[in-house]
Design a protein around this ligand. Structure first.
Ligand SMILES: Nc1ncnc2c1ncn2[C@@H]1O[C@H](COP(=O)(O)OP(=O)(O)O)[C@@H](O)[C@H]1O
Ligand SMILES: [Mg+2]
Length: 367
């Protein structure tokens, strides 16, 4: 057997285990019917709409969807870092830590939440490399974050920081006393990942951690995230519009459309046997990420909806090749279609990746 064949077999085996094995670990975060709205001059705009999902301890969950589908808003809401002009209008999010203590994220007091944030659950932001305070040395940012959580042992904070710098492959001596502007974008992104891990959070949300970086730096950051996952024990929500990254990093995938989670399940189910037409559309619009066969790319017809005026029924119906009458009036619930694969679609039995169906649709709706 050639090495290449062997590698492929090993990869297939790993994929098989990773994507299909059902985690029976306890649920760390239960998101139930969460909606988030932004105040606009035209009224409240729903950016997240009745989103529901359970995340199990140790899993990596990818949130995918086109730009504007509500991925970042959901992340900000969970960490209570929404801008002032936003509100969580429905739902709850319950976090259960490793001792079994539960935290009702939207009902904790601000004071309780300040202790909880970064300690139990942390986030690195889209373009996080620009988030570091420009007039503070990196070392100060780490000491300040520790201090605000009652950790005042500066020697211990420094030791922990230097260890994290090694884990994210930064040269500790060069970085610890530097100012952010002295570092490259990729280095700043590593710093912010290290910062998010300073207090050993049990759940880490990474919002497009590579989007603002060049392709080589992107690859390096992905490798860092993978190696951190092997060395440290945290659950991860990974926000991305890049499906191949999702396939590479995640155990589970949630597809968001117009603020709703429309499909959720193990990577293998969602990418090999997608049942929601929007997931199929996303898969058709990128080069193949699973399987060897090359299929031509087809764009999803139509445009993302105006969130001030979300279509009635299923929000995807105006763009959907499989829509029937019911789709414009009744929004289908997210139902379990087997194992832990959930789909919200009236016509999921008819959904196909057949390119002709999509091309015809593109011709009628598109352009
Ligand atoms: N601070 C904000 N104020 C008003 N609207 C916002 C704000 N942030 C995001 N939005 C709107 O909310 C919707 C969802 O955005 P976002 O959560 O950033 O989506 P994604 O991360 O999937 O690209 C978009 O229509 C966006 O314009
Ligand atoms: Mg975003």
């Amino acid at each position: 057997m050639s090495d290449q064949t062997h590698d492929l077999d090993a990869r297939k085996e790993r994929d098989r285990i990773r994507g299909t094995a059902e985690s029976t670990a306890p649920v760390i975060l239960s998101v139930r019917d969460v909606s988030v709205e932004y105040k606009t001059p035209y009224g409240w705009m729903k950016a997240v709409n009745n989103s529901t999902m359970d995340i199990r301890r140790g899993e990596a969950v990818a949130l995918i969807g086109e730009s504007g589908s509500g991925k970042s808003t959901l992340g900000f809401a969970l960490l209570r870092m929404l801008v002032r002009a936003a509100r969580v209008s429905t739902g709850e999010a319950i976090f259960t830590d490793k001792n079994g203590t539960t935290y009702d994220l939207f009902r904790m007091t601000d004071k309780e939440f300040r202790t909880f944030r970064w300690d139990k659950m942390a986030m690195t932001f889209q373009a996080a490399q620009n988030v570091l305070n420009p007039v503070m040395r990196i070392s100060n940012t780490f000491h300040e974050t520790a201090r605000s959580h009652g950790w005042n042992d500066k020697a211990a904070v420094k030791a922990k920081t230097l260890d994290l710098f090694k884990k994210v492959q930064l040269d500790p001596n060069r970085v610890f006393d530097a100012y952010p502007f002295e570092l490259s974008g990729g280095m700043r992104q590593r710093v912010s990942i290290a910062l998010s891990l300073l207090l050993d959070p049990e759940l880490l949300i990474l919002d497009e951690p590579t989007t603002a970086l060049d392709i080589i730096t992107q690859r390096a950051i992905i490798d860092v995230i993978k190696s951190l996952r092997e060395q440290l024990d945290f659950t991860m929500i990974f926000v991305s519009h890049d499906l191949s990254l999702a396939a590479e990093l995640a155990d589970r995938v949630a597809t968001m459309y117009a603020g709703e989670i429309v499909e959720y399940g193990p990577v293998r189910d969602v990418f090999y046997r997608p049942e929601h037409p929007y997931t199929v559309g996303l898969l058709n619009a990128v080069p193949p990420i699973v399987g060897e066969e090359f299929t031509p790319l087809v764009a999803i017809p139509g445009a993302t909806p105006n969130l001030l005026n979300i279509p009635s029924g299923c929000p995807f119906h105006p763009r959907c090749p499989f829509a029937t009458d019911i789709c414009s009036t009744v929004n289908p619930p997210l139902v379990d279609v087997g194992g832990t694969h959930f789909v919200s679609c009236h016509n999921r039995d008819k959904v196909t990746r057949d390119q002709e169906v999509w091309e015809e649709m593109e011709a009628t709706v598109g352009a």
